[in-house]
Write a protein that binds this ligand. Structure first.
Ligand code: SF4
Ligand code: SF4
Length: 479
């Protein structure tokens, strides 16, 4: 952006515009900008992209570090395996993420949208490809108006080639979280069958979702861009609700900037009643959602700070102090002070910390085995065999550990309860086994017709791996 003098690019003062929510606002040609916030966007975006691309390739304990194995109903995350029974943990995780988002939004506005949202990060990549192939804003506008020439075809073609390549890599990587990525990629490599036909080994479902996500990426980041943030994203709506007058957001300092307008070099613009805004519109030209922040805080603003970078460069060139557009709060602008520590923030922070602590405890205390005990509905309530009373149950054991174990079953209750007819079971990693068991007790031990028993399943090689379930034991009436 250092190649031009903003003073020579001054434009007429804008009027207030009223937009229909669904009106076509035309194609947005963003101007390239560098600066502090653009750097932060790069430094937050690159690790996120690298993490997304690398994670399916990492191997932990001989399996992908992150794999959502839907057919087996297992979710491997690093060294842990989660099962459908752990669905509550996933719900907790989503609730924690939502509250963390609220907390950050109260403090610093929609920085999630401006710096880390996948839509923003992928759009940044697509814009980079656009700049690389077609040049900066003015060149792109000119190119679009030109008739189709060889240069235009080459420039547009190379941009779409890069866009499609990024989309395919994204689609493959995303599906790589649900099916092992090495096999997925090998499946897309063509081979010849015995009849000389080209074939692919990839599963049709995996191929469908790969192309689906590739198309979604291409359309969202290449064509829809800011429309996703404005009209499709639900977060955009409720994040704005979190704002209060002390929330840090990108604001234009109207008291300092107005009256905006062009000025001659060396002119005493203050004496002429003008403010620091030279009305060059660079802040608008760099805005990815095509708004003019000088019109005040708007729901479309994603707090990306690009207009701050652009305006600071203009201020530097004009030898004015930086910060005409800056991250600040409404309170700061109106009363000269921001109250960072406020009850709303305390509340959200406490809630997030408490939920994280509860989540860590729940994950840490998860038993790698679960047991369900169900009374056998097909059998009589109880049987009497000699001096023994018997109940029949179906016991379901799920070995959720990442290695095989042999399990033994025990029963406890108020009396000499014991299990008949079973041997310790060998369960493979992730195996679920269902077996019928008969529980007996001497009739003299029963004091009531309905008794409580506890069935315990314990790994023979590691007694710390154990699970317990309560069940009812029915005996004859005592009357
Ligand atoms: S706010 Fe800054 S970047 Fe925007 S028009 Fe005024 S001087 Fe230019
Ligand atoms: S107004 Fe500024 S901070 Fe808001 S989206 Fe546009 S460039 Fe980003």
């Amino acid at each position: 952006m250092g190649e031009k003098n903003p003073v020579k690019e001054q434009a007429a003062a804008p009027e207030i515009r009223y937009r229909n929510l669904y009106e076509d606002t035309g194609k947005v040609y963003t101007r390239k900008v560098s600066g502090f916030f653009q750097k932060i966007r790069r430094y937050t975006g690159l690790p996120l992209i690298a993490g997304f691309l690398l994670m399916p390739w990492l191997v932990v304990d001989g399996r992908p570090a992150m794999l959502f194995d839907l057919p087996a109903r297992k979710f491997h995350i690093l060294w842990m395996t989660f099962w459908p029974q752990d669905g509550m943990l996933l719900a907790w995780l989503l609730i924690i993420a939502a509250f963390a988002l609220f907390t950050v939004t109260v403090l610093v506005g929609r920085v999630w949208c401006g710096f880390t949202c996948p839509q923003t990060v992928w759009t940044l990549m697509y814009i980079w490809a656009e700049h690389f192939c077609e040049g900066d804003r003015n060149k792109r506008m000119k190119l679009d108006q030109q008739p189709w020439t060889t240069e235009k075809v080459l420039r547009k073609g190379s941009k779409h080639f890069l866009w499609v390549a990024i989309a395919l890599i994204t689609g493959l990587t995303f599906v790589g979280y649900f099916t092992p990525i090495r096999e997925l990629i090998l499946g897309f490599i063509p081979s010849l069958n015995e009849s000389g036909m080209v074939t692919f080994d990839v599963h049709p479902v995996a191929a469908f979702w790969t192309f689906f996500f590739a198309t979604a990426t291409y359309v969202n980041a290449g064509w829809l861009r800011e429309q996703v943030c404005k009209y499709m994203c639900p977060y955009a709506r409720f994040q704005s609700v979190m704002y209060d007058t002390d929330t840090l957001a990108v604001h234009y300092d109207a008291a300092r900037g107005e009256q905006r307008g062009p000025r001659k070099s060396g002119e005493d613009y203050k004496a002429a009643g003008k403010g620091d805004c030279i009305d060059c519109s660079w802040c608008v030209q760099v805005c990815p959602v095509d708004i003019d922040i000088r019109e005040g805080l708007q729901y479309e603003c994603i707090n990306c700070g690009l207009c701050v970078d652009a305006c600071n460069q203009v201020m530097d060139k004009m030898n004015y102090p930086r910060g005409l557009i800056r991250f600040t709060s409404e309170d700061q602008l109106e009363n000269g002070a921001t109250h960072f520590l406020r009850p709303r923030l305390y509340g959200y922070t406490l809630a997030v910390v408490a939920m994280i602590a509860a989540f860590v405890y729940a994950v840490g205390s998860r038993e790698p085995v679960s047991v369900d005990v169900i009374r056998d509905r097909g059998a009589r309530l109880y049987r009497i065999s000699g001096d023994q009373v018997q109940n029949v149950y179906t016991v379901k054991i799920n070995n959720m550990d990442q290695r095989p174990h042999s399990y033994e079953i025990a029963v406890e209750g108020a009396g000499d309860f014991h299990i008949r007819g079973y041997r310790p079971l060998q369960l493979e990693e992730g195996e679920i086994f269902t077996l019928p068991v008969r529980v007996s007790v001497p009739r003299k031990d029963l004091k009531t017709s309905k008794n409580t028993i506890y069935v315990t399943v314990t790994a023979t090689d590691d007694p710390a791996i154990t699970a317990r379930e309560e069940a009812s034991f029915i005996g004859p009436s005592m009357h």
